[in-house]
Write a protein that binds this ligand. Structure first.
Ligand SMILES: Cc1ncc(COP(=O)(O)O)c(C=O)c1O
Length: 501
């Protein structure tokens, strides 16, 4: 008689089968070709073809649709070098880096002094963690970052990127409220279409349903409130102040819906990237602060992109008069020459950790890596010596004006943003602001624009996480001559765009 197999042994059998190497040995790797390793061992330079094949065979790229690479003509773009606001691919083609690679190489590429700072630090102290210890580059960088920050921020908790800093802010908020006797405060409000990172916590904060669907169930307790997309605001709002006030009041409404005793924080980017560079009037920020004070909710400014000069001040909080309880920094802290992020907080949030046995049981191996901190300090020296923040402040109006020339094209519905951070929203009908269907977006963005921009030598972002936009965030080193160049390239690409749908 057949015995019933237990669920546990069934699972165990299933797992074993799933992982059984196809050649029947336990060392499938031994049979793998390693042409790059072989070339390296014999001192031979790998050819571009070898690199292309190895990339296709071995890599899993981020946020990437891989299928085109496995067609007859499919090629993964391999970037070989970069200098200033340009980079080059494996075929020697030159591109204008219109989004500072990932909104992050703010001083431009190829600054050898950052490499020298890294080498010097590596020779002196290669690595040490922040576990109950500190090191000079980390100490110096904390002071330097705070010197640019709103005066109420007094402490720096390092991470390796923006998502980790957002994650940290939420965990800290939860623990802080537990420690001060408000243990139910744990919920977080974030804004529709905003992106805050990819780990489970940061993704839960993110307001883009399509990005979250595959990873449900996520961390509970996050709630969406409206963003500040004035172009898509109902027409009864006469100006951004009125609309801003309305949007901020929705946060109060949500806090009341959810019970103020349960809400810990609200996250907002000073200029929201996802959806296409949504700015907000100072009225919005003032009202949001009032609401946070009224209900003891912490305001977290996610400056992952807007930090380090992008908006025309070192931090965008300064430009818009935002008073945050926590501020998230990453990307351009090192101009992305090294991975580094940080969370800056008020002393109030640190105070409970100064007493007794209290600790924040949270940290990252590579956070405040001494080499990354040394590179960040050198990067900030470049900012100061070349007055890059001033360059943005002096030129932002010219940049906007140059991009607004594109309004003569029927597909350009809205040019918006600030500093060196602009989005161009594409529309089907300018008069009615009618947008494209998902199928049309697919054809327009992935079927045409992404490839067409690269063809004319422009690296910019064509994005439809909200309505379709092209985004620009060039290095802070450029000026009017390069604005014209960007406008010309976009004109070339956008002029025939409507006919590609
Ligand atoms: C506003 C914002 N927050 C968080 C993140 C996540 O940062 P990271 O990729 O460094 O984790 C990003 C990344 O682009 C971002 O734009």
């Amino acid at each position: 008689m057949a015995t019933k197999e237990s669920l546990v042994s069934k699972l165990a059998r299933g797992i074993k089968t799933a992982f059984k190497p196809s050649n029947g040995t336990t060392n499938a790797k031994a049979d793998r070709a390693t042409p790059l390793l072989d070339a390296r061992k014999s001192g031979v330079e790998a050819t571009p073809q070898m690199l292309q094949q190895a990339a296709k065979d071995n890599m899993f790229l981020h946020f990437t649709r891989h299928s085109p690479y496995y067609t007859a003509k499919g090629e993964i773009p391999i970037i070989t070098k970069a200098s200033g606001h340009h980079f080059w691919d494996q075929n020697g083609k030159k591109y204008f880096d219109g989004i500072s690679s990932l909104f992050s190489v703010n001083i431009g590429h190829g600054r050898s002094r950052l490499a020298e700072a890294a080498a010097k630090q590596m020779k002196e102290l290669d690595y040490f963690p922040l576990w109950s210890h500190a090191h000079k580059p980390g100490i110096e960088l904390s002071e330097r970052l705070l010197s640019y920050a709103p005066k109420n921020l007094t402490r720096v908790f390092f991470t390796t990127g923006g998502g980790e800093a957002n994650e940290t802010a939420w965990k800290l908020a939860k623990q802080y409220f537990k420690m001060i006797g408000k243990p139910n405060k744990h919920k977080v409000l974030t804004r529709a279409v905003a992106y805050h990172g990819t780990s489970h916590g940061a993704l839960s904060l993110t307001g883009i349903p399509s990005m979250k669907k595959m990873f449900e169930p996520l961390v509970p307790s996050t709630f969406r409130v409206p963003n500040t997309n004035f172009y898509r605001a109902p027409s009864n709002f006469k100006n951004e102040d009125e609309f801003g006030l309305w949007a901020a009041n929705r946060a109060e409404e949500m806090i009341l819906f959810e019970d103020p005793d349960t809400v810990a924080a609200i996250y907002a980017e000073p200029i929201q990237n996802s959806g296409g560079c949504f700015t907000a009037s100072p009225v919005y920020w003032k009202r949001l602060r009032e609401i946070c004070d009224k209900y003891d909710v912490l305001l977290v400014a996610d400056e992952t992109i807007t930090g380090f000069g992008r908006s025309g001040t070192m931090f965008a909080c300064e430009r818009y008069g935002i008073v945050p309880d926590m501020m998230v920094l990453a990307k351009a802290m090192t101009s992305s020459y090294q991975p580094l992020g940080a969370l800056m907080i008020t002393e109030r949030l640190f105070e409970p950790f100064k007493t007794g046995t209290n600790i924040l049981a949270h940290g990252y191996t590579f956070a405040a890596h001494p080499v990354a901190c040394a590179v960040a300090l050198e990067n900030l020296d470049v900012f100061d010596e070349e007055d890059l923040v001033g360059n943005v402040a002096r030129n932002t109006a010219k940049f906007r004006k140059t991009l607004e020339k594109l309004y003569d094209l029927p597909i350009v519905g809205n040019v918006r943003g600030d500093g060196y951070f602009f989005a161009i929203e594409l529309v089907k009908d300018k008069a009615t602001k009618q947008t494209f269907t998902p199928a049309e977006c697919e054809k327009l963005l992935r079927g045409y624009l992404a490839g067409a921009m690269l063809k004319v030598g422009l690296y910019a972002r064509a994005d439809d996480r909200g309505n379709p936009v092209i985004q620009l965030a060039p290095p802070l080193t450029i000026g009017p001559k390069e604005f014209d160049e960007l406008e010309q390239m976009l004109r070339k690409v956008l002029t025939p765009a409507m006919s590609k749908i």
